[in-house]
Ligand binder design. Structure first.
Ligand SMILES: Nc1ncnc2c1ncn2[C@@H]1O[C@H](COP(=O)(O)OP(=O)(O)OP(=O)(O)O)[C@@H](O)[C@H]1O
Length: 594
């Protein structure tokens, strides 16, 4: 797939040869043998029908054979050859096709696995930019098309071998007719590309609308609740999004299919035009005998089979090339994150953010880029830091830089004195656990050592108030069909069990009931602090700000204020005194009024 390999027909074919060269070789060998054997079948039949062709064999020396004493076989040797060849063709074709099918399946799985790897190596920024729909369409649709297209190459070789065999026989029968047919084939091959060119253009257009359809389908499923409550919204969404793309798809598909069908049928029928010309014109011109003409026409009729196969197989190749182009474009947009592969976790006591900047580029001329930073911060183990600020102030963006999901465009993040670079980023990430608002809950505790996992998990489930809803067996959750708040608690359990040094919680408590909010701020966070973890909490819950060791306030992508524990305690006591003063004042007013 890399380097435009899959884009050309040879690239498609290379996909198979790279997967299983031996199987492809034998498949082609057997397929070609089957093709050649096909080419022998017709002369054999002609031999039995036409004494004029008896110079190939000498059937007059053969005596009849009586099968079961009832059925007379006039030319037993020929009959024996004929049935042996048919059996040989059957054997060769089944083996050849099975080998290609197996290689194609291997190639499909291999390609998908490659794409899984590429997606897992993709920087989060690029994943967000490309979007799920395009990646899912590539995985579900394009890869299958590519391998289906590649799998027809051996069939093309079989058809070609048959065609060449039959042409050779035709040359033997009548050189002039052979030359005429070759000229017709060349002419057909050239002119038939015209409708195919248009067909390919429209099919590519229809494929382009498929990304939009996929995105629309996601909206239809994930936005079902919103659409259910608003008729106009549903109508407008269906018409302007899904149906609009479907219409584009429909129009392009219909035109594309028309041109492809015209091309393929033209390709098939051109051999019938040739038969007509040979029968009605050339036969008279060259004074062909009836026997000769019958033989030639039979060969020509037989040639229509491989010709039709060749033209229809090209359809698969066209679809495969369109899909391969899409895949290739996608892969080119998928940078591989520059980081070492597998490494032991690098731990730290302090995390230093030094002049870090990050930019979300504008997506269109009307859009504005978002610029975060420069940010300078130092976070310590055994401290709970709250990231606060208005919506869109840059809290999540900063936390994604802290959790090393995003790579800063300027500045650096240091684990103690060690700057995080491409070489150690993966190792540093192994010390971090994060729950973002769009977290994904895996149904199994992947990658955790099984020792006492179920028991530890069960204890935590109880602390999180989930023991009556969920059980864990062999690291698998009995269910993840939970309320939003419960799902977040389960995600928290996973991070507990991962036991990392740095914890990032993005508005984790937002979906929790008041009593569990209290548990989170008064028990869970202090417990993590006691365990000497570095905890970063994005929150809007100002009731709990005084519990933090540090509050970092964001505004327009900048750190507007950094409040230390002393300042927060002072602030809390000021607030307390203010509240008391206000209370006293109100009581005095009430007393005076009374
Ligand atoms: N994936 C993205 N692509 C482009 N721009 C983005 C992306 N995510 C966020 N932004 C932009 O970055 C800005 C900061 O977003 P961010 O999510 O960091 O804010 P926040 O402070 O966490 O807000 P909230 O309190 O609403 O969660 C937003 O104004 C948004 O326009």
């Amino acid at each position: 797939m890399k380097d435009n390999q899959a884009n050309s027909p040879t690239g498609l074919f290379k996909l198979l040869t790279a997967t299983s060269p031996n199987k492809v070789f034998f498949s082609i060998l057997l397929g070609s043998l089957a093709g050649m054997a096909y080419a022998v079948v017709v002369p054999l039949i002609l031999l039995s029908l036409q004494p004029a062709l008896s110079r190939l064999m000498q059937p007059e020396f053969e005596s009849s054979y009586w099968l079961l004493g009832t059925f007379e076989i006039t030319s037993p040797t020929q009959a024996f050859y004929y049935f042996s060849i048919v059996m040989f063709i059957l054997l060769c074709r089944v083996t050849s096709e099975t080998m290609v099918a197996q290689t194609s399946i291997d190639a499909t799985v291999g390609l998908r696995k490659k794409l899984y790897k590429r997606v897992s190596q993709l920087p989060i920024q690029s994943l967000e930019q490309i979007g799920q729909s395009r990646i899912l369409t590539a995985m579900n649709n394009d890869i299958a098309r590519v391998t289906e297209g590649a799998a027809v190459f051996p069939n093309i070789l079989v058809a070609s071998a048959t065609l060449f065999g039959m042409l050779a026989f035709l040359m033997y029968l009548k050189l002039e007719v052979f030359l005429f047919i070759v000229a017709i084939i060349i002419f057909g091959a050239l002119t038939y590309r015209i409708p195919l060119f248009f067909g390919q253009k429209y099919m590519a257009r229809s494929r382009n609308s498929f990304d939009g359809i996929q995105e629309g389908m996601r909206g239809l499923i994930y936005g079902a609740k919103e659409l259910k409550l608003n008729q106009q919204k549903k109508q407008a969404f269906l018409e302007e999004s899904l149906h609009a793309y479907e219409e584009k798809f429909r129009a392009a598909q219909k035109r594309g299919r028309f041109y492809l069908s015209a091309g393929m049928n033209y390709g098939t029928l051109i051999s019938f035009f040739a038969i007509g010309i040979v029968t009605y014109i050339m036969a008279n011109y060259y004074g062909l005998s009836q026997n000769n003409l019958q033989g030639i026409v039979m060969v020509l009729l037989y040639i229509t089979g491989p010709m039709a196969a060749l033209t229809s197989l090209v359809n698969n190749i066209i679809m495969a090339r369109i899909a391969a182009k899409k895949l290739d474009k996608l892969l080119q947009e998928m940078p591989i994150e520059e980081t070492s592969d597998w490494s032991e976790a690098i731990d730290c006591q302090q995390l230093h953010v030094k002049g870090v900047e990050y930019i979300y580029p504008a997506k269109s001329s009307e859009d504005k880029e978002f610029h975060l930073g420069p940010v300078d911060l130092t976070l310590h183990r055994g401290e709970v830091t709250y990231l606060v600020g208005g919506n869109g102030s840059g809290k999540t963006t900063l936390s994604k830089l802290l959790s090393l999901h995003y790579v800063p465009s300027k500045g650096s993040i240091c684990f103690d004195d060690q700057a995080v670079t491409n070489l150690n980023r993966e190792a540093c990430r192994q010390s971090i656990s994060a729950i973002y608002s769009d977290f994904y809950l895996f149904t199994k505790l992947y990658g955790l050592a099984p020792d006492e996992l179920d028991q530890r998990a069960a204890e935590n489930l109880k602390e999180l108030g989930l023991d009556e809803k969920v059980t864990i067996h062999d690291g698998v959750f009995s269910t993840t069909d939970l309320s939003a708040g419960q799902k977040k608690r389960l995600a928290l359990l996973v991070t507990y069990l991962e036991d990392r040094t740095i914890y990032v919680f993005d508005e984790w408590a937002a979906d929790q009931d008041p009593s569990f909010k209290d548990i989170f701020y008064y028990q869970i966070l202090p417990e993590l602090k006691r365990l000497n973890k570095m905890v970063i909490v994005i929150t809007h819950d100002d009731r709990y700000f005084h519990l933090a060791d540090k509050v970092v306030k964001m505004e327009n992508g900048q750190v507007a204020q950094e409040l230390t524990k002393d300042m927060l305690t002072q602030q809390a006591s000021d607030n307390h005194e203010d509240n008391q003063a206000v209370g006293k004042h109100r009581r005095e007013e009430a007393h005076a009024d009374g």
